[in-house]
Design a protein. Structure first.
Length: 277
């Protein structure tokens, strides 16, 4: 076996020791000792590239890692912004009162007579006292005939009891039926509180039709269309009136409904007016 530091003759292919100048096979000149040493030593440029390539590769991996972390943080931040934006939009829809939307839904306790009624807004625990205004007269386009156990008269709309209801008595689900509330003197309305549907219990609430949209006409000439949520409890409507403007009557006309699961009769449990005389 040839020594580890041997090299091959270019002419005959015989292995020779590195200290030989002539081939033992064919006698050919093998070169000087310096030339032989140069054959086994890698070029300086190659050694330099090998020595410097590893740090560059490590630096590239480090930069890739930082870029990945930055992209992850950007993605998480974008998700958070989208989440809060969607939450704000949902809150705005349920809390903004315009000419066509109900301001809030609340479960304000019931009162009777001219007692004060608490007002609550979404996300707020502040209670403000306002005077409740009782209409001197309430009329309806139709009323469902009373049963042996229950009455569906318009007087139920202002008795302060969510377990009683006014129910229309026309054919169909109540579209185009109306209510007319008249006051015995001019009043200034701050808000109207509506308890949609028959709220004696959930079966009756979803079993009967409920108001989806209705038009409110004021004796002062203004009108507005509003949409009620399909929820139990009170919903607050901000009147489309100028500040300090007075009215003597309010008419509500049903434009569209949420259909009942069992019956076509449409009902409203309460309509309350809050303001001053």
């Amino acid at each position: 076996m040839a020594p580890a530091d041997s090299f091959q003759c270019k002419k005959c292919g015989v292995k020779n020791r590195s200290d030989r100048l002539f081939c033992t096979g064919c006698g050919a000149y093998l070169g000087s000792h310096e030339e032989q040493v140069d054959r086994f030593q890698p070029p300086a440029a190659t050694l330099s590239h090998a020595a410097t390539s590893a740090p560059l590769a490590n630096r590239g991996r480090g930069q890739s890692h930082l870029l990945g972390v930055a992209l992850l943080l950007f993605f998480l931040g974008a998700c958070a912004l989208v989440f809060f934006f969607v939450q704000d939009q949902i809150q705005a829809v349920r809390s903004t009162a315009t000419t066509g939307l109900v301001a809030t839904t609340s479960t304000a306790p019931t009162t009777t007579g001219n007692d004060a009624s608490p007002s609550s807004t979404a996300g707020s625990t502040t209670t403000t006292t306002h005077a409740r205004l009782i209409p001197s007269r309430t009329e309806a386009s139709s009323t469902l005939e009373a049963s042996e156990d229950y009455s569906y008269a318009v007087g139920n709309l202002s008795d302060g009891d969510l377990k009683t209801v006014w129910s229309e008595g026309a054919e169909g689900e109540g579209k185009d039926q109306w209510l007319l509330f008249t006051f015995n003197q001019p009043v200034t309305l701050e808000r109207i509180e509506v308890a949609n549907g028959y709220q004696r219990d959930q079966q009756r609430f979803y079993g009967n039709a409920r108001v989806r949209t209705m038009r409110i006409d004021y004796s002062s000439g203004q009108s507005q269309e509003i949409q009620l949520f399909d929820d139990m409890g009170y919903q607050q409507v901000v009147p489309a009136l100028e500040s300090g403007q007075t009215v003597t009557s309010v008419k509500m006309t049903i434009l569209s409904v949420y259909s009942g699961d069992e019956w076509e009769d449409l009902g409203l449990s309460e309509v309350r007016f809050v303001g001053s005389r």
